[in-house]
Design a protein around this ligand. Structure first.
Ligand code: FPP
Length: 239
């Protein structure tokens, strides 16, 4: 597929991205892993702005997984610092940038300062052009477990019967409640795994795996992924 492949078709309304390859990008340059994450945060800024230009309504990014706590304290603190800095800026420029925020994941394990920024950003969010969903301390299996627990609690409280459970009802207990499923999920860096990302929501998503490290990801890579998405023939199990 050629770079800068632009299409005149409308973009997917929801794109999700596994921002992978920051560590390898840094290693190639003899830099600490945190420098890779800082470059990854810049790539995120570029792509979020470009999504607004394209008219993409939802952008969901995997910023920190339930498994990422296994990394060194230095690396974890580096990622959290970048998120804090980004959210502080975003809170100031929210109306100007017309980007609003939701957070998918168990925020209770984050520092009180970061939790406050997340809740402030979420509470001040309006119906802006783009909604960024940050997956933070997020795992797809964990999301389904917490949704199942919440439904079970409602059954125990007499609100529902077990047989009331439908796909729609279960969806309403997920972090992504009210957000349409992503049509396109992009994983850069050459890895071809889902890594516990949006397990429920990705049932009919088109995956595009790309051989570029996330810090090098540019608007033309997004054009390329969208062009590939349009070439796919989405049948949703039909013929
Ligand atoms: C995966 O690459 C990336 C992460 C676990 C962290 C992603 C975080 C950011 C891009 C910064 C967050 C801040 C903002 C503002 C979005 P990896 O480290 O696993 O890369 P590797 O596979 O090459 O080691």
């Amino acid at each position: 597929m050629a770079l800068s492949e632009k299409t005149t078709l409308p973009p997917p309304q929801h794109i999700a991205i596994i921002m992978d390859g920051n560590g390898r990008w840094a290693k190639k340059r003899g830099l600490p892993r945190t420098a890779g994450h800082a470059a990854g945060a810049e790539a995120f800024r570029r792509i979020a702005n470009y999504c607004r230009t394209l008219g993409v309504r939802y952008l969901t990014v995997y910023a920190f997984s339930t498994e990422n706590w296994k990394r060194s304290q230095e690396e974890i603190s580096g990622i959290m610092r970048l998120l804090r800095r980004y959210l502080e800026e975003a809170l100031q420029d929210m109306e100007k940038n017309r980007v609003c925020f939701r957070f998918f994941g168990d925020l209770s394990k984050l520092s009180p300062e970061l939790q406050k920024l997340c809740y402030d950003a979420q509470n001040r969010s309006r119906d802006y052009d783009v909604q960024v969903n940050f997956c933070l301390n997020y795992g797809g299996r964990n999301e389904i477990v917490q949704a199942s627990r919440a439904f079970a609690a409602d059954v125990a409280a007499g609100k529902y019967q077990p047989e009331d459970l439908t796909e729609e009802l279960l969806s309403s207990y997920l972090y992504s409640k009210g957000v349409p499923d992503p049509e396109l999920i992009i994983r850069p860096s050459g890895e071809m795994r889902t890594s516990n990302f949006l397990l429920w929501q990705s049932a009919y998503s088109e995956y595009v795996f790309m051989n570029v490290l996330w810090p090098d990801f540019s608007p033309s890579h997004l054009d390329e992924a969208i062009a590939e998405y349009h070439r796919r023939n989405r049948r949703f199990g039909g013929t």
